[in-house]
Design a protein around this ligand. Structure first.
Ligand code: 13P
Length: 258
């Protein structure tokens, strides 16, 4: 069966990094994005405190020509509003200018005890707000060593993805926990195995939509390894942490996208 063309997405997850002064780095990304292939989408997910300011800068840049860039967020609450001190809803993030929200990142699963069921409810909250959910899955080092990678990923996909996912409202990011921030990456063959398995799982459950959903690889992506990782079958882009903080690195990763 021919594999449908999937438009690549390079997403930057800034995690808990960035003060107002980082706007200059974002401006450099906007400037550089004009030279990035028109076939690629870029997404910058700064901390929530910077979303509105970045969205304003993006809107200003748009006035001088369409930009292949959007702003995203890193997490949201499951409810739209209410007595949840310190939390932020998907609707608020949409209002601030976010177009996508990462949910179920392994750091949130580990630091905040987020279960698959919570992640699934958060993905539904993202859709309720009209945004794209980027759902993260991935095994720990111990799980990989024990040969459980595909079982773990299968369980996370089954538990974290709500019914109703489409190629437009869902992006899946495979982020092996042991590759995040460590400089270690799986081999291209290992990435191919897991992404092929994810594609098969999504296609079984979501039919034709599953064939077109974007599958991102994340974990120590940098300019020097991006083109090899992005060339792997069923890898439709990257979720980049540390290297997304610098415009030059982020744009170089995008340039490595086939
Ligand atoms: P690094 O690129 O810093 O390894 O982080 C990956 C990640 O967790 C992106 O969500």
């Amino acid at each position: 069966m021919p594999v449908p063309a999937v438009r690549p997405l390079i997403a930057g997850n800034w995690k808990m990094n960035g003060l107002k002064a980082a706007a200059s780095e974002f401006d450099a990304m906007l400037e550089g994005a004009k030279k990035v292939s028109s076939g690629i989408d870029l997404l910058v997910c700064p901390p929530a405190t910077l979303i509105a300011a970045f969205a304003d800068r993006l809107a200003a840049a748009h006035e001088h020509g369409a930009m292949p860039v959007a702003i995203g967020a890193q997490d949201c609450h499951t409810n739209a509003s209410g007595a949840h001190t310190g939390d932020i809803s998907a609707e608020m993030l949409a209002d601030a200018g976010a177009r996508a929200i990462i949910v179920g990142h392994s750091e949130r699963r580990a630091d905040h005890g987020e279960t698959d069921a919570i992640v699934r409810t958060k993905a539904q909250a993202v859709w309720r707000a009209g945004l794209v959910a980027i759902v993260c899955v991935g095994e720990t080092q111990g799980e990989r060593n024990a040969g459980h990678t595909l079982d773990v990923v299968a369980g996370q996909l089954a538990g974290s993805l709500p019914d109703g996912a489409t190629a437009v409202n869902l992006v899946v990011a495979y982020e092996p926990v042991w590759a995040i921030g460590t400089g270690m990456t799986p081999t291209a063959a290992d990435v191919e195995e897991v992404h092929g398995f994810i594609r098969q799982t999504l296609t079984q459950r979501f039919n034709a939509e599953g064939e077109r959903m974007r599958l991102l690889y994340g974990g120590s992506v940098k300019p020097s390894n991006a083109s090899e990782l992005m060339a792997v079958p069923n890898v439709n882009g990257a979720l980049v942490g540390g290297a997304s903080l610098k415009a030059a690195d982020f744009l170089a990763i995008a340039a490595g996208c086939p």
